[in-house]
Design a protein. Structure first.
Length: 69
């Protein structure tokens, strides 16, 4: 039977090792250019858009009907 040791590391260690590997392979400038490909910076106006499809707050009367009072 062959015994295999699992190399379990946390996310912070994975990120640290990944950045180090990128820097070694691509250099600092190449690493930054590579990472920029995944940063889309968001889009739109969240503050304005979050209220577009919001349902109005129920009135006191509607709440009383829900709870049968």
């Amino acid at each position: 039977m062959i015994s295999t040791k699992l190399n379990i590391i946390n996310n912070a260690e994975i990120q640290k090792n990944g950045i180090a590997a990128l820097k070694e392979a691509l250099g600092v400038t190449g690493t930054l250019k590579f990472l920029e490909q995944f940063d889309h910076g968001g889009y739109g106006d969240y503050t304005a858009e979050k209220y577009l499809n919001e349902e109005p707050e129920p009135t006191d009367e509607e709440i009383r009907k829900i709870f049968g009072r």
